[in-house]
Design a protein around this ligand. Structure first.
Ligand SMILES: O=C(CO)[C@H](O)[C@H](O)COP(=O)(O)O
Length: 232
């Protein structure tokens, strides 16, 4: 899919998802290029329609964008729960299992998601896959001893690569951790992999979001499709 079309589909999914946000809600705001369109639309409604909600964000980038519109953002510990969280995803399969963390925000994203009453992903249709894993699986690892974690992953055949920025320095998450991307190509047993990763000392979180999402809004040529998770 060409970039221009992909951006159009991301934008349509973001605008559709913005309709779920109502006055008075506490809303979790995800991270990434699709969420940017969502926040633009919420910002427009905040300024033009007087929409008022309380936002909790999953990254400093999203905080900065939301606050640039005047949207009220609070600390996650200042609210009891999120009524609704809307985020992007890197891949999603038919069982509503997905990979997140392409933007290195997976830890805050998972914390916000797990404390949300309703959880929605916005994606363009290129993110829909039969089997997850082609997209490298992000794993957040603390810097101390990261080389040893990488060696353990190599020994297991996980094909780990430390994520670097353009200057060749390790990418830092908002918690000042590193991201190790696992080039697995396909993940046939995501539950087993998730358990193995989270039991590895030094791993803070991984980007497998398994059966967490309630609805996926898919930007398609035509109207965005709303898929509802039957297992939630
Ligand atoms: O998990 C994420 C950030 O950590 C993003 O939601 C994911 O990478 C999708 O991003 P985009 O909308 O730019 O394709």
């Amino acid at each position: 899919m060409d970039q221009e079309l992909q951006n159009k589909l991301k934008k349509e999914a973001g605008i559709k998802a913005a309709q779920y946000v109502k006055d008075g809600m506490v809303v979790g705001l995800g991270t990434g290029s699709t969420v940017r369109y969502l926040v633009d639309e919420l910002g427009r409604r905040w300024q033009e329609e007087g929409l008022r909600f309380t936002g909790v964000t999953t990254s400093r980038r999203t905080t900065a964008q939301a606050e640039s519109y005047g949207i009220k953002i609070v600390d996650i510990d200042d609210v009891d729960h999120m009524d609704l969280t809307i985020d992007g995803a890197d891949e999603v399969d038919k069982n509503f299992n997905g990979i997140k963390g392409g933007g290195a925000a997976l830890l805050w994203e998972k914390i916000v998601a797990t404390n949300s009453r309703h959880y929605i992903w916005i994606v363009d249709h290129s993110k829909q896959v039969d089997t997850i894993g082609k997209f490298p699986l992000p794993v957040e690892v603390i810097p101390f001893g990261v080389g040893h974690v990488i060696k353990q992953f190599e020994a297991k055949g996980y094909k780990p690569v430390l994520r670097l920025d353009k200057e060749g320095k390790p990418v830092l998450t908002d918690e000042n951790d590193y991201v190790v991307d696992l080039h697995l190509e396909r993940i046939d047993n995501p539950e087993a992999l998730a358990a193995d990763l989270i039991n590895t000392v030094g791993v803070v979180e991984h980007g497998l979001f398994l059966n967490m999402v309630d609805e996926v809004i898919v930007g398609n040529e035509g109207e965005p499709l709303v898929l509802t998770n039957p297992n939630k």
